[in-house]
Design a protein around this ligand. Sequence first.
Ligand code: G3H
Ligand code: 13P
Ligand code: ZN
Length: 311
Amino acid sequence: MALVNTTEMFKKAYEGGYAIGAFNVNNMEIVQGIVAAADHLKSPVILQVSKGARAYAGHNYLMKLVEAATAETDVPIAIHLDHGPDFETCKSCIDGGFTSVMIDGSSLPYEENIAVTRKVVEYAHERGVTVEGELGTLAGVEDDVVVEAGNESYTKPEQVEDFASRTGVDSLAIAIGTSHGAYKFKPGQNPQLRFDILEEVSKRLPGFPIVLHGASSVMPEYVEKINAHGGKMPDAIGIPEPMLRQAAEMAVCKINVDSDLRLALTATIREQFDLYPDHFDPRQYLKPARQAIQEVVEHKMLNVFGCAGKA
Ligand code: G3H
Ligand code: 13P
Ligand code: ZN
């Protein structure tokens, strides 16, 4: 199936009370693992590319990998720019074949966020590309921006109607207590999300797709496996799966996951190196790593996001 934008996916997800998984891609094995899961479970999927991923693999390589994936399956796939930092990056992705972009003006003053988001929307919509904007800032690391815990700010519900109507965005990322990276909550902390803010936002924007970033659960089995095979990751707690399920049943139509894929990939490669110290053919350890990515994505689609069978 040809690449699609997010309009249809989000409409069905909103009405059906589920969310689409948006998974970050950086190389062939990650693309293949995610798409194999989507194909197996007949789920729509969003493959997202950060500025760092474009710098690492190159726009053309990632674009061609995703195009190759569409030839292997009938499920709808969107290719999305994650955390677009400025108009030029969004334009370059739109011109280069992306079907969806995020313009992340969340760290700008409000009026500047509106201005840059509006500019991206005008350019994107003329070309059939959907746009995600953001209000509120998450803690954690995204690309080269670090927001220390304590400096994050929740989305202000009283801004969302004004922002959505003046920018024309197709979806809105909000900050309700999720954060980027593998260290979201410390052991002993009780993870909480501000469902009251999500509720208030969706009352003010009925039928409008909301996006959750920083939604990895930091799956303990992979952290344990990394540490069992020579790694040194501090204990960490991610977003509990029941909370993500609840968000997916509400207005959240897109849930972003990167860290859980990184953990699964790293855990599997470390285990392979321990089990088979004589292996040196990359295919020997990348094949199980790709399989682990598929397992994580299938688990999320089937047991957490509810998008399995919705293609
Ligand atoms: O939110 C950020 C994503 O996890 C992408 O991470 O910028 O290191 O590629 P990255
Ligand atoms: P995680 O770090 O929780 O996987 O979040 C990824 C993300 O939000 C990408 O935009
Ligand atoms: Zn993010």
